[in-house]
Design a protein around this ligand. Structure first.
Ligand code: R5P
Length: 326
């Protein structure tokens, strides 16, 4: 009688939605694994259908989707993929969302508002996700919304190294465009040898979305090369107002660095017309050709995602990717 044996060999499987397949291709080639062939299409009324073309039973599944516009469609597609994996007996399912949609709605500013970032986490859990992998969350506490492990990756060191390699560090001042991002500015400062930081005292009318009112610069920026940092550039109102305020405050040069290039509405025009010398972003979201311009630099996060996926798959340490400690 032949023996019945269990194999303990794990299988990594990478899946992509239609949000930004080019990034998934890059991650796949970094990892040296193929993307699992998947059929996906929309019904006439907009409903989404997904089917994997190979068995996924028992695999360690990583489902990559960038929450680019139309955001709700990309999120729904990723949820449907997770559901399909769960029902096809994947062993573990990791949602990889380089840009986590709805992250800005992480608390109630007034009564009768949703906490949509929490709802997102609940939806992924209900669909069957075991863990989340995200890059530069709007606020770190969103990690606590998901009842399971969250790998919060940071593009910050990559952005900071790039900027640090281009400018005289002794002339640098790191600028947070609002008081909420000062801690991130401090991290930039640590990575770039302790340069001074400043911030813009910004106020926002909660009744008017996508409109920020820039106040005054807090900190000395006279004659300095300022790097304004942010998690995302959406309509670019926040960042370009910060750039203006810095020049009014006597800055010599301004560089903008942000992880997520959402680039909605007037963003490209505003950035192109701004006095910032360079805008540095990552490819956590797709940037169409007509949204690219001369002073825009796009750094790829594919190697970061690939390294983190490998660490998770091999039960290694994701933390070690950031601080060199185990
Ligand atoms: C705000 O808290 C965020 O960190 C960003 O500063 C903001 O969402 C960017 O939006 P916009 O580019 O439309 O000003």
């Amino acid at each position: 009688m032949s023996e019945l044996r269990l194999t303990s060999e794990k299988r990594l499987r990478l899946f992509t939605g239609r949000g930004f397949p080019e990034l998934a291709d890059e991650v796949a080639s970094e990892l040296g694994v193929p993307l699992t062939p998947t059929s996906a299409y929309d019904f006439a009324n907009g409903e989404i259908f997904v089917r994997f073309e190979e068995s996924v039973r028992g695999c360690d599944a990583f489902v990559l989707q960038s929450h680019a516009a139309p955001v709700n469609k990309q999120i729904m597609e990723q949820l449907i993929m997770v559901d399909a994996l769960k029902r096809a007996s994947a062993k573990r399912i990791t949602v990889v969302a380089p840009f986590y949609g709805y992250a800005r709605q992480d608390k109630k500013h007034r009564g009768r508002e949703p906490i949509s970032a929490r709802l997102m986490a609940d939806l992924y859990k209900a669909a069957g996700a075991d863990r989340l992998m995200v890059v530069d969350l709007h606020t770190s506490q969103i990690q606590g919304f998901f009842d399971g492990p969250v790998d919060h990756l940071f593009a910050l060191p990559m952005l900071a190294n790039y900027v640090g390699s281009k400018v005289d560090r002794s002339m640098l001042t790191i600028v947070s465009p609002d008081s909420g991002r000062v801690r991130v500015a401090e991290r930039w400062s640590e990575l770039l040898g302790g340069c001074p930081i400043a911030f813009i005292h910004k106020t926002r009318d909660p009744l008017v979305p996508n409109e920020s009112v820039t106040g005054r610069v807090v900190g000395d920026v006279t004659g300095r090369t300022c790097v304004v940092i942010d998690d995302m550039i959406d309509t670019a109102g926040t960042i370009t107002k910060a750039v203006d305020a810095l020049f009014e405050g006597g800055a010599k040069d301004v560089i903008v660095a942000a992880t997520h290039a959402v680039f909605s509405g007037p963003a490209v025009e505003r950035l192109r017309d701004s006095r910032a010398v360079e805008i540095v972003v990552t490819n956590s979201l797709p940037i169409a050709d007509d949204k690219r311009f001369d002073k825009l630099t796009v750094l790829t996060i594919a190697p970061l995602l690939a390294r983190a996926i490998r660490e998770v798959f091999e039960d290694g340490s994701v933390t070690s990717l950031f601080d060199g400690h185990s």
